[in-house]
Design a protein around this ligand. Structure first.
Ligand SMILES: Nc1nc2c(ncn2[C@@H]2O[C@H](COP(=O)(O)OP(=O)(O)OP(=O)(O)O)[C@@H](O)[C@H]2O)c(=O)[nH]1
Ligand SMILES: [Mg+2]
Length: 337
């Protein structure tokens, strides 16, 4: 099962209590207060790591509780601070407060971390409460409570290129020839039920690479929940390039321009920002193409949309398409630096 969101409960450690104690030594009567401070409670920290690639493990263990700080003791001994509780999450995890839905963090880089529950401070021992008028303070602070809350975690795939199109457009076939991904491919709609992610290499000796995501097909009304809905579009919200696959085989679609428009308007209905991303149009199944491919070609020419023709069966157009994807991704990344 592909787990891309889950809820967990986190509780940071409470601070240790401050100590009430008085110095008692031979020949030193009324030695004064010497109660040490309590140690700090441990934080709960989420860290982006390569060691985990899904949120599945967090489903099995839902509660993460950090230890409390040690209590202070006599002779001004402070209690030990408790260790932090580290939770490893995949890169691309978005952290929200489950109650308010507020985004607390977005871990997109290896090693990035976020304190999601702060440990309580240790209480001060009675040594801090002495004064000229109060030489035997019988007071010390209790440790502060550690924060606790429910978090909802969501994993967004961090792909450079997102493949979109109607069901059966040939998205999974394309990712399988472009990259190392081995998705299920079949001649019925909604073969792909969960996103596939692959790494494509290009350049003379394969020195460049980019990541590609193949998501389940979209149909008209997907934003209202038709088909598999638009739930998977969040995985391509961060891509730098969208690639629209349009089936132009004679037996399939009669109007590829309409097919393209359906998918574009579903993207727009999901998130207007998706419309601002650079995109290309790819006519698929050229080995079996009908005349309608010309209509699509003309449409793209008039709208100045980059247009490619491919066949995963004969290999036509695959290399130029891959290079164009790679170049566009590198250009976009260069601009980000
Ligand atoms: N003739 C021909 N058939 C193709 C080509 N590419 C894909 N197909 C066929 O088209 C059908 C659908 O391909 P998929 O790659 O599963 O399509 P998809 O877009 O991933 O479909 P969903 O996951 O259902 O949305 C399969 O039967 C493929 O074998 C091609 O270049 N030429
Ligand atoms: Mg598929």
């Amino acid at each position: 099962m592909f787990i891309d969101h889950t809820k967990i409960y986190v509780k940071a450690g409470d601070g240790g209590d401050g100590c009430i104690s008085f110095r008692r030594e031979k020949y030193i009567p009324r030695g004064g207060p010497d109660g040490g401070d309590g140690g700090n409670g441990g934080h709960v920290i989420l860290v982006a790591s390569h060691q985990v690639s899904t949120l599945i493990e967090l489903r099995y263990q839902q509660q993460y509780i950090a230890k409390r700080g040690e209590q202070g003791s006599g002779q001004l001994c402070s209690g030990k601070n408790a260790p932090d509780r580290i939770i490893l999450v995949p890169i691309g995890t978005v952290i929200r407060d489950a109650e308010t839905d507020e985004i607390i963090g977005d871990l997109t880089v290896l090693g990035e971390q976020k304190i999601v529950a702060k440990g309580g401070h240790g209480g001060r021992g009675n040594n801090h409460f002495k004064s000229p008028t109060r030489q035997t303070p019988y007071i010390a602070e209790p440790g502060e409570k550690g924060e606790e809350r429910w978090l909802s975690l969501e994993l967004k795939l961090l792909a450079d290129v997102g493949l979109v199109g109607l069901p059966n457009a040939g998205k999974s076939t394309l990712i399988s020839v472009l990259s190392n991904a081995k998705p299920k491919i079949a001649d019925y709609p909604f073969t792909t039920l969960i996103p596939n992610l692959g790494v494509a290499t290009w350049g003379r000796s394969g020195e460049h690479h980019f990541t590609v995501a193949d998501i389940p097909g979209l149909i008209e009304g997907a934003h209202e929940g038709k088909g598999l809905g638009t739930q998977f579009l969040r995985h391509i919200e961060r891509t730098t390039l969208l690639v629209h696959l349009v089936d132009v085989s004679a037996c399939e679609s009669a109007d590829p321009v309409r097919d393209l428009k359906i998918v574009r308007s579903e993207l727009a209905a999901h998130h207007a920002q998706l419309m601002e991303k650079p995109f290309l149009v790819v006519a698929t199944k050229m080995d079996a193409a009908g005349k309608q491919v010309l209509k699509l070609k003309r449409h793209c020419k008039t709208k100045k949309i980059p247009f490619f023709e491919i066949s995963a069966v004969t290999g036509l157009g695959i290399t130029p398409l891959k290079q164009e994807m790679g170049k566009k991704v590198e250009e976009a990344k260069a601009q980000m630096v």
